[in-house]
Design a protein around this ligand. Structure first.
Ligand SMILES: [Fe+2]
Ligand SMILES: [Fe+2]
Length: 503
């Protein structure tokens, strides 16, 4: 394998989406070759940081992570523990800062326990907390993990810690503290007033104020805290001040999503429903524009929380609640454009028809409105999957596939949170198959609504004009393909109902 030549090619490639299909498959082949090459190296790859930079620039973060992992393996074989751990950390970080991949997370927890009493202990635990915080939305648990990392950090020698050149001791401490405040604020938001949390936030904010000169760093935390405590005036003053600083400074553009998110919360606290919806939309739009996946997730989670709070202002049944939900669905549309326009709507409509046919064939009666809404919502979990994974022009790698497979679970969480928990099961099981070959659980008795949505989903994907990797099939061809799974992956009556409904 000619490494230098491949590197030059990477550097020449401006953007994967602009490549022709032929160029793309050549690129994918070369990259595969390169990855299997580094899977076998015994000496550290000298210019690996250059490769990593190019991979990240092209949105290939899993490929970059692979490189870190192999580099770690080589150093481990050479008994260079410091470089081994440094690259291992980078591997987990590169993956988990953007993607939730369950087996990687489990792996990381094990490593955190193994290296608990080394300088790397606090860092590994930080990533565990980060995953609980930003991917699993388990705020109390994330807080405990961060606190654990902070206690471990106190026992670590500052100079030794800094030698790893991952993050400076002092900066790391600040990061932990501000993330801790963030988890508590979200827990407060979710669970309502809690005096214990409030006093913790107070003391962490005091610590932050002592060490951090740049106030912008945690002003948003301060504003939210004041909102929680009904100090509306104080929150308003801080918000106005920071708004001025960010709006007029192009270098602070990356803060616009969080600024608008905070304005949305402020408007919501004051009962201004129009303002809330408007600011949430702006926040999400800006985060998508910036390609900030993590922020998008945070904003969507806040919207879901607001929808879940059964306030008289905004809930799933109100005008504004519906507007927000529709906005989320339209975001999903643009995110999943490979499946063709209006995939969710198509699945909803066909599912309703198939349900009717299913009853005519002697199957159970299914409420048409119910299955229609379930169809609309079936892929909402994809809102939490990064755009560049859903739209990767080449085939997803195994680890990326693992993260995509989590979307039914995410979808169930969203549906539960917005106040329609009965729909969670339909969403969660739409990729399960009756022979147990589906995901995420491999169960053999998915709900009939999920079964219908599942077959319609496959049918819609196979016939979509923008289909990924392959040419679209005609309706007849798609049915022929699905019929091969009759009695295997799909219940025979479900296949018959599909045929009756679409041909
Ligand atoms: Fe799906
Ligand atoms: Fe789908």
């Amino acid at each position: 394998m000619e490494i230098e030549k491949y590197l030059k090619e990477l550097q020449k490639t401006e953007d994967l989406l602009s490549l022709t299909n032929e160029e793309l498959s050549r690129f994918a082949k070369k990259t595969d070759e390169f990855l299997s090459f580094i899977g076998e190296i015994v000496e550290p790859l000298k210019n690996y940081d250059k490769f990593i930079r190019e991979f990240l620039r092209l949105g290939l973060s899993v490929e970059a992570a692979m490189l870190y992992r192999e580099q770690a393996r080589v150093y481990r074989e050479k008994n260079d523990e410091q470089k081994y751990l440094r690259n291992l950390y980078r591997y987990y970080e590169t993956l988990l800062m953007t993607l939730y991949i369950p087996p990687v997370y489990e792996d990381l927890m094990e490593k955190a326990r193994t290296y608990e009493n080394t300088s790397m202990g606090p860092l590994f635990y930080y990533l565990v907390g980060f995953t609980q915080h930003f991917h699993l939305f388990e705020y109390e648990r994330a807080y405990d993990t961060y606190l654990y990392a902070l206690n471990l950090l106190d026992k670590v020698n500052e100079r030794v810690f800094n030698k790893y050149k991952l993050i400076k001791y002092r900066d790391f401490k600040l990061l932990l503290l501000s993330n801790m405040v963030d988890t508590l604020l979200r827990a407060l938001f979710k669970e309502g007033k809690n005096t214990e949390y409030i006093s913790y936030i107070n003391s962490h904010l005091n610590e932050l104020r002592k060490v951090e000169k740049d106030k912008l760093f945690f002003t948003f935390n301060e504003i939210e805290f004041n909102l929680c405590n009904q100090n509306i005036n104080k929150a308003a003053n801080l918000l106005m001040e920071i708004d001025d600083k960010i709006i007029h400074d192009r270098s602070k553009r990356h803060m616009l999503p969080i600024l608008y998110r905070t304005w949305a919360l402020f408007s919501w606290q004051r009962g201004d429903t129009k303002g809330t919806v408007g600011y949430f939309k702006r926040a999400l739009k800006e985060a998508i524009h910036l390609g900030d996946e993590l922020r998008q997730k945070e904003i969507i989670d806040t919207i879901v929380l607001v929808l879940a709070m059964d306030t008289p202002h905004i809930n799933i049944l109100s005008q504004e609640g519906k507007e927000l939900l529709l906005y989320l669905l339209s975001t999903l549309l643009s995110k999943d454009w490979y499946l063709g326009d209006d995939h969710s709507k198509k699945v909803a409509e066909y599912s309703r028809k198939v349900a009717k046919a299913y009853a005519m064939l002697g199957g159970k009666e299914i409420n048409p409105n119910k299955i229609y809404l379930a169809g609309l919502l079936h892929d909402t979990g994809k809102l939490y999957i990064p755009w560049y994974i859903l739209n990767k022009p080449t085939k997803p790698m195994d680890l990326e596939w693992e993260s995509i497979k989590y979307h039914p679970t995410y979808g169930a969480v969203i549906v539960k949170n917005i106040g329609i928990p009965t729909f969670a099961r339909y969403v969660e099981e739409h990729h399960e198959r009756i022979d147990g070959s589906g995901y995420p659980y491999g169960i053999k008795d998915p709900h009939i609504i999920s079964q219908i949505i599942g077959i319609v989903d496959d049918f819609a994907a196979a016939t979509a004009l923008t289909r990924k990797y392959q040419k679209p099939l005609s309706k007849e061809e798609a049915i022929r393909e699905l019929e091969k799974q009759k009695g295997i992956k799909f219940h025979p009556k479900v296949v018959e109902a599909l045929k009756m409904a679409v041909l």
